[in-house]
Design a protein. Structure first.
Length: 557
């Protein structure tokens, strides 16, 4: 029954797309994301007036997983329709009068409808601004172009108005009067021209005040691309913690060797505490949780710091035993400053191994963004048959860094971890497409019976937070690591909007999802049973302190 439910939801996973709207003519390339994980490109050409052809492509990390032609593309006034024959899926939408967004919905083969708001890719700064040249000169022009106070105030009004219109829990953590005071103060402060990076940092506290991991802003896509190609970055890997920044490693210096773990006092004269205060609002997080902010700021420090200081050289002051030392670093490109994260392991993002003793299985699940449903189901069954057949005493489920994906895959995994019926979501009339997850499901025949340890951190978001709350409710699992970034409740079914003058992109959820944990959990963040945090030396050497601590705890070292 459970697997039939998954097959029913197959179109939901593979046939939903985020596109981008463009005024007539429709021709061009438009870009978006599905489930925040799958980059999607829509390419449309017009061989003659009113006649269109196109394709839609989807990517999981660098890997292209879909490339389908479009058919029956029709534009009538501001109305757009097309068909994806390979998926038996149609789309109907309406372009707004400014040709910035397209609101519409897909109709899947099972008859379900799924709304989307699509974002226009080209002419990022509006019709009055020409296309950006994607070379170093174009990057400089983009980075140095100043927004006027009137443009910035218009963008801020648009952002705040969109939040008020769409967000389902806008004032759950910050009172409306407090938000209003923040907005009024920002409006007054926007009294001189700013470049896009400065404006981006200036308005980030507005979305940060919502305390929602699906609510945030980011720089325009084409600007981010140019920054990645031509920007100059701080060549340090840094561990950020409350009140301090510590060195993990560096690329190139004036010959001085600073050991991992050394505290950073300042960068180019900016005190570390001020740097953290400036950058933390750029990282969305859920509720009162802070582990997400520290984790993601540490992982992407070079990128975030670039919005504050895109210098060609950096003087970094370190706090060494009995002295302070300043070291000059030359800027580097993004790759050595911030190594690209490893993509999920193909279309079935999981890996499994046994420890040498044979007592412990380690199942790592870096993403719930599964593209090969049948392969995923078969691999889970193989793993849990092995665990059952070998009577394995301990299972370590590693969910660290898993930012979510489709809930049906989390529900399938949960069925192997519980021994009683479970319901995944509380009933939600605003999301009828998840109807199968609102009813009891049975545990799998090969459900695991031994001791369960779950490794979590601030990178556990969205669907993964839901899964964690259900594991915690239905099992006696031990949770180790750092508090997860999400739990039983989060907001999603997001739309992506673009501010009309700066082109800054905003992600705004519209529906709240809650797992069926009864009695319901309170508003406090999920707390781990065994707190373990890596230190800079661990990160520099690649030592997995959390996993080692758990193996020592169960006597399997």
């Amino acid at each position: 029954m459970f697997k039939r439910t998954m097959l029913l939801l197959l179109p939901l996973l593979f046939d939903t797309y985020s596109l981008q709207a463009q005024p007539d003519p429709l021709s061009g390339q438009w870009e978006g994301n599905f489930m925040e994980d799958f980059r999607t490109l829509l390419d449309i050409t017009s061989p003659s007036a009113g006649v269109y052809s196109g394709t839609i492509r989807m990517f999981s990390g660098p890997q292209m997983i879909q490339n389908d032609p479009l058919d029956e593309i029709r534009v009538t006034g501001l109305e757009l329709t097309f068909l994806i024959p390979a998926k038996e899926t149609s789309f109907k939408g309406r372009i707004d009068e400014d040709s910035i967004t397209l609101s519409g919905q897909f109709l899947f083969p099972d008859g379900s409808e799924h709304p989307l708001v699509l974002i226009r890719r080209s002419n990022v700064l509006g019709n009055a601004v020409p296309e950006r040249t994607e070379n170093e000169s174009g990057y400089r022009d983009y980075a140095e172009r100043q927004l006027t106070p009137a443009e910035m105030r218009e963008d801020l009004r648009y952002l705040v108005g969109s939040l008020r219109q769409h967000h389902p829990r806008l004032y759950s953590y910050t009172q409306e009067t407090t938000v209003n005071r923040l907005v009024d103060s920002l409006m007054e402060s926007l009294n001189e021209p700013l470049v896009i990076d400065e404006f981006f940092r200036r308005i980030a506290p507005v979305t940060d005040a919502v305390h929602c991991s699906h609510t945030g802003i980011r720089l325009p896509a084409d600007y981010r691309k140019m920054v990645g190609q031509y920007g100059k970055f701080l060549p340090l890997r840094v561990l950020c913690r409350p009140e301090e920044m510590m060195l993990i490693g560096s690329e190139g210096s004036s010959g001085s060797t600073i050991p991992p773990g050394t505290r950073i006092i300042s960068i180019n004269g900016i005190p570390s505490r001020k740097i953290l205060d400036e950058l933390l609002p750029l990282v969305p997080s859920e509720g009162n949780n802070q582990t997400t902010k520290w984790l993601l700021l540490s992982k992407r420090f070079a990128w975030y710091y670039h919005t504050l200081d895109p210098s060609a050289e950096f003087t970094v002051e370190f706090d060494l035993p009995g002295t302070r030392e300043k070291v000059l670093y030359r800027a580097c490109n993004l790759q050595p400053a911030e190594p690209a994260p490893a993509a999920p392991d193909g279309p079935v993002p999981l890996s499994f191994r046994m420890t040498s003793s044979g007592k412990t299985g380690i199942l790592k699940m870096p993403s719930m963004a599964v593209m090969d449903m049948e392969g995923y189901m078969a691999e889970l069954q193989r793993i849990f048959i092995q665990l059952s057949g070998q009577k394995v005493s301990h299972l370590i489920l590693d969910l660290r860094g898993n930012e979510g994906g489709h809930p049906i895959f989390a529900a399938q995994l949960l069925s192997y971890l519980v021994h009683e019926e479970f319901t995944y979501f509380r009933q939600n009339p605003d999301a009828p497409e998840f109807e199968p997850l609102y009813h009891p499901m049975s545990p799998d025949l090969h459900a695991y019976s031994g001791d369960l340890i779950v490794l979590v951190d601030g990178g556990c978001l969205s669907t993964t937070g839901h899964l964690i709350s259900l594991i915690g409710f239905h099992t006696q699992a031990l949770f180790a690591g750092e508090d997860p970034g999400s739990s039983f409740r989060c907001n999603d079914h997001s739309i992506q909007l673009r501010l009309p003058n700066s082109g800054i992109e905003a992600n705004i959820p519209r529906i709240t999802f809650e797992t069926a944990v009864n009695p319901p959990a309170d508003e406090e963040d999920f707390k781990v049973d065994l707190p373990v945090s890596p230190d800079p030396e661990d990160l520099a050497s690649g030592t997995d302190r959390t996993l080692l601590t758990c193996l020592e705890r169960i006597g399997d070292t």
